[in-house]
Design a protein around this ligand. Structure first.
Ligand SMILES: NC(=O)CC[C@H](N)C(=O)O
Length: 362
C-alpha cells in the first residue's frame, strides 16, 4: 500500500506503508546513526517527531527485549529507505514492522531518505504529516503551515509518580523529563540508590529526599516550555551536586541566567565528535537535540563552557564556577552509540564525594 509524507514547504515523498495504518503529524528530523534504530524510536526525547534514518537498511537485526529506551515509544512516525522484513540476529524477537504495528506508529519505507535529509538541512526541520494517498495534499500543506508544534511534550513522557530503584551507593534523585532507560541503567551500574521523580517536582520536595546528587534527564521539546523545571534547578544549585544531560543541560543553563535557541536541524546521530576543552581530548558521542545553549548568553553567568561540538562549534558541556554542577548536551549513557563519555558518570560520583567530604568547592 502506498503512503506519503507531506511537508509544510509543499514537498511530497511517496513510499510504501509500514507500521500502523494511521495519519500523524510531527516535526520531521533526521538521525545519521548506522545502527540503533530500536533505541532511537523508543527514546522519549523524540516525542511527537517523525524520524528519518539516513542509513539505508533498517530493521536487519530486528527488535529485541533489552534495547528499549522506554516501554511506549513516543515517536510520531518512522521513515526509512528499506525496512528488512526478515531480521537476523540471535536476540531478535520481532521485526521492525511488527513493533511499529504493536505500538501504533505509522511508518514509511522506500523513501529516498538522503534526499529528504538534504531538504531538512537546507530548510531546517519541517512540520510534516504521514498519511494515505486519498487526501487533499494542498489542504494538508495549508494545515501544516497553520499548526504550531506542541509545547506539552515533557508532561506526556515524564513519569506520573515517583518510584525507586534501590542501591547500596549514593542516593541520586533522577528528575524524569522523559528519561531514557540508558540513564537508569548507568545509575544502576554505579549502584546509586535512585529515586525517579516527575518533571514538576519542586526543589524543596527533592531536597526532602536527602539526595547526595541530582541528575536532570534528557527530554523532548523546547527547554523554555518547562519554566517550573528551571525554577527547580535554581532552587537546588549550591545545595546538592547536579549533573544535567541534554534537556537537563539546557535547563542548567537557563537556571543560571543563560539562554537557549532552536538549531536549524539539530544534532542527531551516533558519531558526533566533541572536544573536551579541559583535557584537549576528543570523543565520539551520541546526540539527539534540536536546541542549543547560546554561548554569548553565558558571559555574565557563573557557567564555563567545558565541551564544544567539533562540527559546528556549538556548546556541548558546562560547569558552574561556584557550585558543584555540570552538564553535557550529548549522551554519556550512549544507547545507542559510542561509550567514550561514560566517564562523566564518574565525574558525578567525584562531585558527590567532594560534597560529602565537605570540601569547599571553588
Ligand atoms: N535529548 C534531549 O534531551 C533533547 C533536548 C531538547 N528537547 C532538544 O531537542 O534540544
Amino acid at each position: 500500500m502506498k503512503r506519503q509524507l507531506i511537508l509544510e514547504n509543499g514537498e511530497v515523498f511517496i513510499g510504501n506503508a509500514i507500521g500502523a495504518n494511521c495519519a500523524r503529524n510531527g516535526e520531521v528530523v533526521f538521525n545519521t546513526g548506522m545502527t540503533g534504530y530500536q533505541e532511537i524510536l523508543s527514546d522519549p526525547s523524540y516525542c511527537g517527531q517523525i524520524v528519518t534514518l539516513t542509513y539505508p537498511l533498517i530493521g536487519n537485526y530486528g527488535i529485541n527485549r533489552d534495547d528499549f529506551e522506554s516501554i511506549n515509544p513516543a515517536i510520531a512516525g518512522l521513515i526509512v529507505k528499506q525496512s528488512a522484513d526478515v531480521p537476523s540476529h540471535w536476540r531478535s524477537e520481532m521485526s521492525l514492522n511488527q513493533l511499529l504495528l504493536n505500538k501504533n506508529i505509522p511508518g514509511l519505507e522506500g523513501i529516498d531518505t538522503r534526499r529528504l535529509t538534504k531538504v531538512i538541512r537546507v530548510h531546517g526541520t519541517l512540520k510534516g504529516r504521514i498519511c494515505d494517498m486519498n487526501i487533499d495534499v494542498n489542504e494538508v500543506i495549508k494545515e501544516l503551515n497553520e499548526t504550531v508544534l506542541p509545547t506539552d511534550q515533557v508532561s506526556k513522557v515524564s513519569t506520573k509518580a515517583s518510584y525507586a530503584s534501590p542501591g547500596q551507593g549514593p542516593r541520586v534523585v533522577l528528575v524524569d523529563f522523559g528519561a531514557k532507560k540508558g540513564i537508569l541503567r548507568d545509575c544502576i551500574k554505579k549502584q546509586f540508590d535512585v529515586v525517579v521523580v516527575p518533571h514538576h517536582t519542586t526543589a524543596e520536595e527533592i531536597l526532602r529526599l536527602q539526595p547526595d546528587g541530582v541528575l536532570l534527564s534528557n527530554g523532548p521539546g523546547n527547554p523554555k516550555d518547562v519554566p517550573h523545571a528551571v525554577e527547580m534547578v535554581r532552587g537546588l544549585l549550591g545545595h546538592v551536586p547536579i549533573f544535567g544531560i541534554c534537556l537537563g543541560h539546557q535547563l542548567l543553563a537557563l537556571a543560571c541566567g543563560g539562554d537557549t535557541e532552536k538549531m536549524r536541524f539539530g544534532h542527531r546521530g551516533s558519531n558526533h565528535p566533541v572536544k573536551d576543552l579541559t583535557t584537549g581530548k576528543f570523543m565520539m558521542t551520541s546526540q539527539n537535540h534540536g536546541f542549543t545553549v547560546r554561548p554569548e548568553s553565558l558571559e555574565n553567568t557563573d557557567l564555563k563552557v567545558t565541551h564544544i561540538a567539533v562540527n559546528d562549534g556549538t556548546v556541548e558541556g558546562l560547569r558552574h564556577d561556584k557550585y558543584l554542577a555540570f552538564s553535557v548536551q550529548f549522551h554519556p549513557e550512549a544507547s545507542p552509540g559510542p561509550e567514550d563519555s561514560a566517564i562523566l558518570f564518574d565525574q558525578f560520583v567525584s562531585d558527590i564525594k567532594t560534597k560529602k567530604a565537605g570540601i569547599q568547592y571553588a
